[in-house]
Ligand binder design. Structure first.
Ligand SMILES: [Zn+2]
Ligand SMILES: [Zn+2]
Ligand SMILES: [Zn+2]
Length: 184
């Protein structure tokens, strides 16, 4: 196929699907070995004293449907937009301009100072980098700690950490009493 035909083929594919929208997929499952072991059975053995539980992990669970397939996102603490980008505070040493990395214009590999208009190459050591922060594209609020939201992949619920179920995951081992019982 010629280059033009390859291009046409790609564009036809996009047109026939009415745009390409990637799907973000998550699948988190709490998997117990063998069919006969589950939380109910194991917790009962713990309460009887034959098994002891040791904390190994904690995971976020959807408060609406109980799914563990949950995505975590950063949002702007001021306007709640998900369109927050990581940026750095940069100073152009020659003219003293200090501002967000996003305020510097780009022309390929060259960066252009928004104040003095000078072209700066990466190797020139004319830039000083300060802190990294998040900047909201919607309201331009800057923060080092964005708010956190969770989105359930299974039911679509959007919830804050304070509303999440933060489930403990335990490892189960025989207690002394359990060992005694099987060696009888
Ligand atoms: Zn400058
Ligand atoms: Zn915002
Ligand atoms: Zn859910």
């Amino acid at each position: 196929m010629s280059e033009v035909n390859v291009l046409k083929d790609l564009l036809k594919g996009i047109a026939s699907l009415r745009g390409i929208k990637p799907e973000v997929k998550v699948s988190v499952v709490i998997d117990f070995p063998e069919g006969r072991f589950n939380e109910g059975v194991l917790n009962e053995l713990v309460s009887k004293g034959y098994v002891k539980a040791k904390l190994v992990d904690r995971i976020v669970i959807c408060p609406k449907c109980g799914s563990a397939s949950v995505l975590t996102k950063y949002v702007c603490p001021k306007c709640l937009s998900i369109d927050v980008v990581k940026s750095r505070l940069i100073q152009h040493l020659a003219c003293g301009y200090t501002g967000s990395e996003l305020s510097f214009l780009r022309d390929g590999n060259t960066i252009i100072c928004p104040k003095c208009g000078k072209k700066i190459t990466e190797e020139s050591n004319e830039l000083k980098t300060f802190t990294t922060f998040f900047e909201c594209n919607a309201c331009h609020h800057k923060t080092s700690s964005p708010s956190i939201i969770h989105v359930c992949y299974d039911c679509g619920a959007v919830f804050r950490p304070i509303d999440a179920v933060y489930k403990a995951i335990y490892m189960y081992e025989l207690s002394e009493e359990g060992v005694k019982l099987i060696s009888k």
